[in-house]
Design a protein around this ligand. Structure first.
Ligand code: SF4
Length: 71
């Protein structure tokens, strides 16, 4: 039986400066809040097929505010 890994993204709100690059590269995972900062959509769960975009969001955040766990 194969084990299914759970992947999740999170944003460190104290680091986010609102460049919204994460929202651009992974609009299924991130959205802009009323202040122009980013937040995860839903509980931040990442489907296996969304992993490349999640990793792209981590790599493209200039504030190192995006975290991917479970990878
Ligand atoms: S790319 Fe980083 S700093 Fe910019 S909105 Fe997303 S989490 Fe915030």
């Amino acid at each position: 039986m194969s084990e299914t890994k759970k992947f999740r993204v999170a944003i460190a709100a104290d680091r986010c400066q609102g460049h919204n690059r994460c929202c651009l590269v992974a609009p299924e995972l991130f959205e802009s809040d009323d202040d122009g900062n980013a937040r995860v959509i839903g509980d931040g769960s990442v489907a296996e097929a969304q992993l490349p975009k999640a990793k792209l969001a981590v790599a493209n955040c200039p504030e190192h505010a995006v975290r991917l766990t479970g990878a």
